[in-house]
Design a protein around this ligand. Structure first.
Ligand code: ATP
Ligand code: MG
Length: 657
């Protein structure tokens, strides 16, 4: 099924830039040509991009997408392929013995490296085992594993046999997992005994057992495969539960890939749940793979033989696209780390960077803020000289955190790609193409080639020039989610009714005179003070300039005179030094405007965060308004225990002053 590689404009071998404003003229010109081609002949452009992956039958047409009426998104419809072939088989001949996957265990002394050949064999064995259990094309398979080799193998094994993977975060409660098993109709679960989180052990198998009891007779799960991660004993149900090694090791190391249509579903993935109940986005095989290949190449320039480390959990879209599919497609080595940030000591990440000579480090602003809290001396004890590329995604990054990442970690040598995207978008959307354009700290910069970003006013009408509004896209792109699993109506209503004929991302953005975009926060979170519309990120960015502040979150509460008033929650950088509240207020007034002066500032120990590390402002808003009776869906929270602590802190500080 290997396809002769045709000519796709290659922009990956250009020199790395040294300075924020540095641009390599050749690369800039190549990218300009790419953008122009996408505009002048989108059909030809997208077919050219499709050559980045291997097809069994190359498609004859690119887009058949419409945002009107019932909304129908289809790409490369007559193409056929298998996603695992582009990640594994294509490399066997040229780099079969090169590392594909490195696993660093929580225990620094334990690690495992699989070459492309070994990963291919593991994937084939598991795929054969799944087939042997009766898992068929189109069946859903839930994966509930920590960051271990088997998690990556399980995703690719599902792809191999045309089963749809549904990766569920390891820390979900039995109810959270049970609901998702019912919603997705999973027929099998791949889990483990326990996982490690620092000193803690998280039960996976007994959680799945409880989830299956919760799902009861509605659930369709017939088989549970259990990986031994910690080796602790767990109850096994005869006939349903299988030990991974016993089941998988005797299998054949070849497995004929199921040839899928481009529009067949590759995976379902639930969003993070920052704004409400998580939604299961449906991603189709052909388009997703093409978009993963394009975005990885344009923004991260992965190279075979180099080490790529994206710290995201595979349960999030970043883990799908930039831990598994994107890097493996490009033949680079992807590194996964089982453990926690800063465990057992600060500097653990930098030790990994030096030890494996990591070239590209991709992480989230929440991690960057936590790393900053450790102080600059920690990373300065390490070389970090192997780093060439940095990237982050997940939340707005303040210019200060951006500068820190660029200066202290990247040593002003590595470009930082601040990539704005969503579970819904499949891959990066707004991002700098390093070397082709100047970077701008705190700005996700420009839409990637082929994308049609616009800003609209509150009525959904397009607004031009340097301005601020709702971020929408007028045209489909290959990696776009096709629907919400089992709920196309919610899909249409959530994304396509705000401004008919456009995809509404739900985020607000500012655009400068050069067409650069900065995300100002969620549209739901925009604060309207006496007619001034203020994005949460604007206030939070201002506070990030205060050295005593580690994290800040702004929310709007009802105000009799102003309509809304601003309340700010602040986590101190050091437990010993409380940020001076008057000073914080002054900084906001200076940087944003007097109208943004907060009504109240609360010092708190922790923010409510999703399991993917994002601040959940809707909960802060309720707590600040005293509406603590009905906090809504809390299943997405990483640590529900922060809620009573927040309510207590707000109660105390409101009384004392
Ligand atoms: P839910 O949709 O369930 O509320 P979520 O939106 O947090 O959860 P994800 O799909 O994981 O789920 O996150 C996408 C969102 O993350 C974007 O809509 C945006 O708000 C935020 N985001 C991602 N990357 C960036 C970035 N580089 N800059 C600013 N915001 C970002
Ligand atoms: Mg979202």
């Amino acid at each position: 099924m290997r396809q002769e590689k045709k000519q796709v404009t290659d922009i990956s071998d250009r020199p790395v830039i040294r300075n924020l404003a540095d641009v390599d003229p050749v690369r800039a010109q190549q990218v300009a040509a790419l953008r122009a081609h996408a505009l002048s002949d989108p059909e030809a452009f997208w077919l050219e991009q499709a050559q980045r992956i291997d097809w069994a039958t190359f498609p004859t047409a690119a887009s058949a997408a419409s945002f009107d009426g019932d909304v129908s998104i289809r790409w490369y419809e007559d193409g056929t392929l298998n996603a695992s072939v582009s990640c594994l088989d294509r490399h066997l001949e040229t780099r079969g013995d090169q590392p594909a996957l490195i696993w660093q265990a929580d225990d620094a002394a334990v690690s495992r490296t699989l070459t492309f050949r070994e990963l291919h064999a593991e994937v084939c064995r598991l795929a054969n085992a799944l087939r042997g259990l009766g898992v068929k094309r189109g069946d859903r398979v839930a994966i509930h594993l920590p960051m271990v080799v088997e998690g990556v193998a399980a995703m690719l094994a599902c792809a191999r046999i045309g089963a749809i993977h549904v990766v569920l975060f390891g820390g979900f409660s039995p109810e959270g997992i049970g609901e998702r098993l019912i919603d997705s109709g999973a027929v099998a679960v791949i889990t483990c005994d326990f996982s490690r989180r620092g000193a803690k052990r998280i039960p996976h198998k007994t959680t799945v057992d409880a989830a299956l009891a919760h799902a009861g007779t509605i659930g369709a799960v017939k088989n549970v495969i259990v990986v031994q991660v910690t080796g602790d004993a767990v109850p096994m149900t005869e006939g349903r539960d299988h030990d991974y090694t016993t089941l998988v090791s005797p299998q054949e190391t070849e497995c004929a890939p199921e040839i899928m249509r481009a529009e067949d579903v590759l995976f379902l993935l639930y969003t993070s749940g920052s704004t409400g109940k998580p939604k299961a986005m449906v991603h189709a095989t052909g388009g997703y793979m093409v978009w993963a290949a394009c975005t990885t190449d344009w923004t991260l320039s992965p190279q075979p033989g180099k080490i790529h480390w994206c710290t995201a959990d595979i349960a999030w879209i970043t883990g799908h696209t930039y831990v598994v599919y994107g890097p493996l497609l490009s033949g680079t080595t992807t590194l996964i780390y089982e453990g926690l940030l800063g465990w057992p000591q600060p500097g653990r990440w930098w030790d990994i960077v030096d030890r494996y000579q990591v070239s590209c480090l991709y992480t989230a602003p929440t991690a960057i803020r936590a790393l900053m809290r450790d102080g600059d001396d920690v990373p300065r004890e390490y070389s970090l000289a192997s780093l060439e590329r940095l990237a982050c995604a997940g939340e707005p990054i303040s210019p200060d955190a951006w500068e820190w990442f660029y200066t202290v970690i990247g040593q002003q040598r590595c470009p930082v790609a601040d990539m704005w995207w969503q579970t819904e978008t499949g891959g990066g959307m707004l991002c700098v193409i390093p070397g082709a354009q100047p970077m701008k700290p705190g700005w996700a910069t420009t839409p990637l080639p082929g994308l049609s970003a616009v800003l609209t006013n509150e009525k959904g009408e397009i607004i031009e020039g340097a301005t601020e509004g709702a971020l929408c896209f007028t045209q489909s792109w290959p990696g776009q989610a096709r629907t919400i699993w089992g709920d196309h109506k919610r899909f249409r209503e959530t994304y396509f009714t705000f401004s008919p004929g456009k995809y509404f991302a739900g985020d607000g953005a500012r655009r400068d005179e050069n067409g650069y975009y900065m995300i100002t926060g969620r549209m739901d979170d925009v604060i309207n003070v006496s007619g001034h519309r203020i994005g949460t990120a604007e206030i939070e960015d201002a506070l990030a300039t205060c050295h005593s502040v580690s994290e800040a979150a702004a929310v709007g509460i009802n105000h009799d005179l102003k309509g809304q008033g601003i309340v700010v929650f602040v986590v101190a950088r050091s437990a010993k030094v409380a940020p001076p509240v008057d000073e914080l207020s002054r900084v906001i007034c200076e940087r944003v405007g007097r109208y943004a002066a907060p009504e109240r500032i609360y010092l708190v120990k922790d923010m409510p965060k999703t399991r993917s590390g994002k601040i959940v402002r809707r909960l802060l808003r309720k707590i600040a308004s005293g509406e603590t009776e009905n906090l809504g869906d809390l299943s997405a929270l990483a640590d529900p225990a922060v809620i009573p602590a927040l309510i207590a802190a707000v109660g105390e500080q409101t009384i004392t002053g």
